[in-house]
Design a binder for this molecule. Structure first.
Ligand SMILES: Cc1ncc(COP(=O)(O)O)c(C=O)c1O
Length: 378
């Protein structure tokens, strides 16, 4: 077998080590330093959000969102089951319950037309996930939030640099969360950010982020000492990781452009296969500017996905499946509200494969993936 084309290869701008050296020379290594603040300012400017806090992960940002909304035991949050465990854990950690909503067949995002039927007097929030960096139907979802008095959280783990009708993903709901995990478009290994779009939540966010203390106010000279004010945790990102992130954020637009070119090549290559009903390609609705986070294919019903993935591997291509729907996972029986079946989620999650796509992937490598997929599905 020829060398295996990996699913992901973390991208380096080449300036990361110089950034880390600068951070080291500056002498502040813990979180909330000048470099973290510079990254936060960059994210605020790009997304138009009122306030951003860097976190150690998107998982941490989602946990902060749940704390900020004061989720209580017995309260419910409507969310898709087709997502990563962190979206549900943030809710379950507060003793609140995820209520799973089915997804749309085109984007695999939460189906906004099925949310209202799940609202009960216990519903506190809607948490959406912008799958593959393609926006959910936010106008409808934000309207539901307004009408029913529910908070809206955007899990925009995959959504950096992507937009919806001119607005940035993560900047539309009350709170939004980005991931900078190594699999994401912009990375520092492990990292994340919380976007605070409801200004009234910003002061408490400072405290929750700093282990439940008013240390930030102290550092701004607003108080003579800092102490325990509220519950909280150590949610910040260290300055060394922030320095790595800073150079990646500076290149974010260029990274997106390179990924979009790769995405477009896949999309063009598989058009004829879609016409022949051998696969289905991703859909990007009008008004959504995506970030080419992922290129996935949906296999035809009945096609054995495990066999397809192993045939691609035989051809030297590491393609992978994605989320196991959370409603089918063992923890759902303990932590989620039992709900109606989710036929679209079950169907699409079982048919989806993700192809290798990383910033800096070469044309020859991509051509090999296209050839392998053509051989296996053609
Ligand atoms: C939708 C979604 N939410 C949250 C996360 C967790 O992100 P992190 O690894 O930064 O905690 C992921 C990870 O891939 C994800 O896909």
């Amino acid at each position: 077998m020829t060398h295996l084309i990996p699913f992901n290869r973390p991208y380096l701008t080449g300036r990361e080590l110089a950034g880390i050296e600068r951070a080291q020379a500056a002498g502040v290594l813990s979180g909330n330093g000048a470099i973290s603040r510079a990254c936060e300012a960059m994210l605020e400017e790009r997304t138009g959000t009122a306030r951003t806090l860097l976190t150690h992960s998107c998982t941490g940002a989602l946990e902060m969102a749940a704390l900020l909304l004061d989720l209580q035991p017995g309260e419910e949050v409507i969310m898709p089951a087709y997502t990563y465990v962190s979206t549900a854990n943030a809710i379950a950690l507060r003793g609140a319950m995820p209520v799973f909503c089915d997804i749309r067949p085109d984007t695999l995002n939460i189906d906004e037309t099925k949310i209202e039927a799940l609202i009960t007097p216990r519903t506190k929030a809607i948490c959406v996930v912008h799958y593959a960096g393609v926006a959910c139907e936010m106008d409808a979802i934000l309207a539901l939030g307004r009408i029913h008095g529910l908070a809206v959280i955007e899990d925009a783990a995959q959504g950096i640099e992507a937009g919806y009708k001119g607005r940035a993903l993560g900047a539309m709901g009350d709170l939004g969360a980005f991931s900078f995990h190594e699999t994401k478009n912009v990375t520092c290994g492990e990292g994340g950010a919380l976007l605070i779009n409801r200004p009234g939540l910003a002061a408490r966010a400072d405290i929750i982020h700093e282990k439940g203390t008013d240390r930030r106010a102290f550092e701004r000279g607003e108080t003579g000492r800092y102490c325990w004010q509220d519950i909280g945790s150590s949610f910040g990102l260290g300055e060394l990781a922030a320095a790595f992130l800073q150079v990646q954020l500076e290149d974010a637009a260029a990274i997106t452009q390179r990924r979009l070119a790769l995405w477009a090549r896949y999309h063009a290559a598989f058009g004829a296969f879609e016409t022949a009903e051998r696969l289905r390609r991703p859909v990007v609705p009008d008004g959504c500017t995506h970030n080419a986070h992922m290129y996935y294919l949906l296999l035809p019903p009945g096609r054995d996905r495990a066999a397809v993935l192993s045939a691609l591997r035989e051809h030297g291509v590491m393609a992978v499946f994605h989320y196991v729907p959370l409603d089918t996972a063992p923890a759902a029986r303990r932590f989620a509200q039992p709900g109606p079946p989710l036929p679209v989620t079950a169907d699409l999650a079982a048919r989806l494969i993700r192809l290798p796509l990383w910033t800096g992937m070469g044309e020859a490598e991509q051509a090999r993936v296209v050839e392998a997929v053509s051989d296996v599905l053609g």
